[in-house]
Design a protein around this ligand. Structure first.
Ligand SMILES: Cc1ncc(COP(=O)(O)O)c(C=O)c1O
Length: 421
C-alpha cells in the first residue's frame, strides 16, 4: 500500500544511519524463524564474555522493556517504596516504564555534563525511593560511584542506564557491569543497532529477575520484518516509511528480544571497538575545528567518553542557532536533544534550573562510524562557514595565530565579494 504522507526532503548527511553492511541486509532479509532461533542465546553469551558480566542477563525487546522488568521486580520486593528518581533532562524512554509500572517519577536536575549528579539527586533520595536511574548521557559517564554510595545508605537500588554508553569502560571494568542493575538499548542511533532490542543486567535478585522475565511476550516476526524494511527504506533508500507502520518504530511492548534483532547484533558485536574508535576519531576532528571558531560552547568532559553522541552545550542561543543553520544550509542533519521531562509532563513540577537554562541551546552533530570522508568534510566546512559568514568576533581565548587567520579569511571573503560586483 502506498504512503499517503508527503515525501520529506532527506538531508545529504543524516544524523543516523545504521552501521550495517551486506551481512546485515542478507541476515534481515532472509531471516526465517526456523534455523535462526538460537541467535539470542549466542548473542547473550558473547555479550557476557565481551563485557565480563557476572550477573543475570535478560534479552528484551528494548531498553524500556529492560527498565520495566527491573521496576516490576523491585516493586514486588519493596511495596512500601513507590518513587523512582531520574534526571529531568532525558528521553521519554526513561519515563514511560515508570508510569507503566504504576510508580511515581521524581525528576531531578543535571549538572554541567548533562548527567544526574550526587548534588542534584541528594535531596530526593528519601526512604520512599525504590530506585535511581543513572544514564551516561551521550556516552559521557555520570558520577555513578558517589551516587551509588548515597543510594546504598538508603537501601535504594541503582540502575545504570548504559543505553547511550555501550562499550564505555574505566580501570574497574565496563560500564553497566558493576552496580545493582543496568539497562542497554540496541535501537536506532546506538553503538550497536538492531531494529530494536535491549538487555537487563542484574547483580541482584538472581532468582526474581528470571522469574519475572517469564512474563515477557514474543514479538511477532512479521512486525520485526516490517521494522527491518522500514529501517532500510528510511536510512538507506531515503524513502518515506509507510504511514500505517510508522508507530512500530517507536512503540514499546513487554517482550523478549526477537531472534532477528539478535542476529543483526551478532553480526556487529565483533566490530564494537572499531565502531567506538571511529566515533571518537570523528568527534575529535569536529571538536578541533569547533575550538577554532570562537563559539562559546561546553562539551561533556570525560576522557573515557564513547561519543554515542557529540553534544554541544551553548552559552549563547544565537550562536547555537547560527551553527545549526549552517548545518541545515549544507544539508547536514543535526539532532535536537531533550526538553526537560518536568516541563512536558503537567503535574510534575520540579526545580531544575540548569536543565531549564540550557535545554534550548543543546544539539548533537553527526559522528556516526559510517560517515564518509566527503560527509565529514562537509561538516568541517559548515563549521568553517559559521566563523566566516556570520562575522563572529574572534574570542579572547583564540591564539594570535587563530585571530590572524580569522582576519585573513574575512578579508578574502570581502575581496571575493567585491570582484563579483
Ligand atoms: C538514555 C536512554 N535510556 C533509555 C532508552 C530507552 O531505550 P529503547 O529505545 O531501546 O527503549 C533510551 C533510548 O533511546 C535512551 O537513550
Amino acid at each position: 500500500m502506498s504512503s499517503n504522507a508527503t515525501t520529506p526532503s532527506f538531508p545529504k548527511v543524516t544524523f543516523i544511519k545504521p552501521y550495517w553492511g551486506i551481512k546485515e541486509f542478507f541476515g534481515g532479509t532472509f531471516y526465517r524463524d526456523v534455523g535462526d532461533n538460537n541467535s539470542i542465546e549466542i548473542l547473550t553469551k558473547k555479550f557476557r564474555n565481551k563485557l565480563n558480566i557476572k550477573g543475570t542477563i535478560i534479552p528484551t525487546s528494548s531498553g524500556r522493556t529492560a527498565f520495566e522488568l527491573a521496576l516490576r521486580v523491585l516493586k514486588n520486593k519493596y511495596p512500601e517504596r513507590n518513587k523512582v528518581v531520574i534526571p529531568t533532562y532525558g528521553c521519554k524512554g526513561t519515563f514511560d516504564p515508570i508510569i507503566k509500572t504504576g510508580l511515581t517519577p521524581v525528576l531531578v536536575d543535571v549538572g554541567k555534563d548533562l548527567n544526574i549528579t550526587p548534588s542534584t539527586a541528594k535531596d530526593y533520595l528519601t526512604t520512599e525511593v525504590l530506585a535511581v536511574l543513572v544514564p551516561h548521557l551521550s556516552g559521557c559517564k555520570a558520577e555513578i560511584e558517589n551516587l551509588a554510595k548515597m543510594a546504598k545508605e538508603k537501601n535504594i537500588i541503582i540502575i545504570e542506564d548504559v543505553c547511550q554508553a555501550l562499550g564505555g569502560r574505566n580501570s574497574t571494568g565496563f560500564w553497566g557491569t558493576q552496580y545493582d542493575m543496568a539497562i542497554f538499548s540496541f535501537g536506532m542511533g546506538k553503538n550497536l543497532m538492531a531494529t530494536a532490542g535491549g538487555f537487563l543486567v542484574s547483580n541482584v535478585f538472581e532468582k526474581e529477575i528470571p522469574d519475572e522475565a517469564k512474563n515477557l511476550g514474543d514479538e511477532n516476526t512479521d512486525t520485526v520484518k516490517k521494522r527491518f524494511e522500514n529501517v532500510v527504506s528510511k536510512y538507506f533508500l531515503k524513502k518515506d516509511i509507510e504511514f500505517e507502520t510508522r508507530n512500530i518504530m517507536s512503540s514499546y511492548k513487554y517482550n523478549k528480544m526477537h531472534p532477528l534483532d539478535a542476529k543483526l547484533l551478532l553480526i556487529q558485536i565483533n566490530r564494537l571497538e572499531n565502531i567506538l574508535q571511529k566515533r571518537r576519531s570523528n568527534a575529535e576532528k569536529i571538536i578541533k575545528e569547533l575550538k577554532k571558531t570562537g563559539l562559546k560552547f561546553n562539551l561533556q568532559e570525560d576522557m573515557n567518553n564513547v561519543y554515542t553522541k557529540l553534544s554541544l552545550i551553548f552559552e549563547d542561543a544565537n550562536e547555537c542557532s547560527e551553527l545549526k543553520s549552517c548545518f541545515h544550509k549544507m544539508g547536514i542533519e543535526p539532532e535536537e536533544m531533550y526538553a526537560p521531562l518536568h516541563l512536558s509532563n503537567a503535574g510534575l513540577k520540579s526545580s531544575c534550573p540548569y536543565s531549564e537554562k540550557v535545554y534550548k541551546n543543546v544539539f548533537n552533530i553527526p559522528i556516526r562510524p559510517n560517515l564518509k570522508n566527503k560527509e565529514l568534510n562537509m561538516i568541517l566546512k559548515a563549521i568553517l562557514n559559521v566563523k566566516g559568514s556570520n562575522g563572529l568576533k574572534p574570542s579572547s581565548k583564540q591564539t594570535g595565530g587563530q585571530a590572524r587567520l580569522h582576519k585573513i579569511f574575512t578579508r578574502l571573503k570581502r575581496k571575493t565579494k567585491k570582484k563579483k560586483h
